[in-house]
Design a protein. Sequence first.
Length: 142
Amino acid sequence: MSMNVGSGSSVEPDVMIEMNMTPLIDVMLVLIIMLIITIPIQNHSVNLNLPVGTPPPPLAPPVVVTIDVDFDGTLSWNGEMVPDRATLESKLQAVAAIPDQPEVHLRPNKLVAYKAVAAVMASAQRLGVTKIGLVGNEQFVQ
């Protein structure tokens, strides 16, 4: 070790302000390695219990109700014009009351406003129709 010998006045060296980062980095690396080793291996699979064999064919084909929405918002129920929203809702309520509900196929025209289609779907949902689907979507593919 050496000593700084200067003039007669004793001057103390400056205090070291910065922190020594090497031990901190070493400890952090050890902690990261321990964390990586102890994390269990993740399986990205879902266990499903699938039925065995072929299901029996359905006894009867499902009943289908078709609701068409024309370009100007007029509605038709299985080809019959629906005069107003109350009539549509009464028919939807009758469908929802059936224990084995028929499938409701909603077929909008390409030019109809979205709010007319959304209103029919909202009415069906509010009244309890559970089997509803949009059909004829190939007209929207360009």
